[in-house]
Design a protein around this ligand. Sequence first.
Ligand SMILES: Nc1nc2c(ncn2[C@@H]2O[C@H](COP(=O)(O)OP(=O)(O)OP(=O)(O)O)[C@@H](O)[C@H]2O)c(=O)[nH]1
Ligand SMILES: [Mg+2]
Length: 296
Amino acid sequence: MFKSGFVSIVGRPNVGKSTLMNNVVGEKIAIMSDKPQTTRNTIQAVYTDEEGQIVFLDTPGIHKPKNKLGEFMVKSATDAFRNVDVVLFVVDDSKKIGPGDRMIIEDLRKIKTPVVLVINKMDQIEEQDLFDMMKMYHAEGLFKQIVPISALKGRNVKELLKVIQNHLQEGPKYFPDYMITDQPERVLASELIREKVLHYIHDEIPHGVAVEIEKMKSRKDKEIVDVSAVIYCERDSHKGIIIGKNGRKLKGIGKSAREDMELLLGSQINLQLWVKVKENWRNLQSSVSNFGYTEK
Ligand SMILES: Nc1nc2c(ncn2[C@@H]2O[C@H](COP(=O)(O)OP(=O)(O)OP(=O)(O)O)[C@@H](O)[C@H]2O)c(=O)[nH]1
Ligand SMILES: [Mg+2]
């Protein structure tokens, strides 16, 4: 019997949702960073084995939105509570249930979909603490199962897949084996650039960054793809910081984005980057939509 279904991965920002999804499919489909609110769109990745197919939906971290972009992100995440077969609610190594997690738990009580609790970052949790956390979450009476994992180290992820498969029904193969994501190459490329901005630039600046691919084209005679992209930020002063002294920051961002793109897309990349300012774009509905943060 071939089982299949849709599984959304939800939780507060920075708990490791994207790391988990990437670990399952073995590719960097969703970008990751140590800063909260990294993921902005719901992103699909497909895991297929002999027993079945699981379509994962990685979602933005649920938080109190402060602008139009945040509103879009939270709506994308909470929309993924419904029309799926299983919800994975991911928490991190926090020993208490904070207000952010509490809010999500109360929302999850309102849905009929089975919820599996994933305690991530177990590599950072003492055995006794983990035991206490499992007891604490069990007392909520909401979760079909509680699975501790380390998404970063890949610990217990196989066991989590088994738990998910137990909740799935017989179903079709929705996607062919070679297809592991719904994200077009342009989007994957722009996200890798944004990931490097998150990595190289600190404080609030990367939260106000959006990346637009202006051109992505294979050369006729060679195995090279020319990519040109614009990094938009919210202020002139941010632009200077992103470019850096003698353009050094931007070079670093470009180099490591190019390396990741070559790995992911399997071809040689020639990457050109520009930085432009679009003031206050996160508060402007039109700009937020234009950057692709809009319901599909
Ligand atoms: N120690 C440890 N760190 C982890 C683990 N999983 C993820 N992380 C780290 O946690 C941080 C956040 O990871 P992400 O996967 O970007 O988290 P996210 O939940 O997708 O975050 P948002 O997209 O902002 O909602 C990164 O620095 C990861 O390396 C884990 O199992 N153990
Ligand atoms: Mg994420």
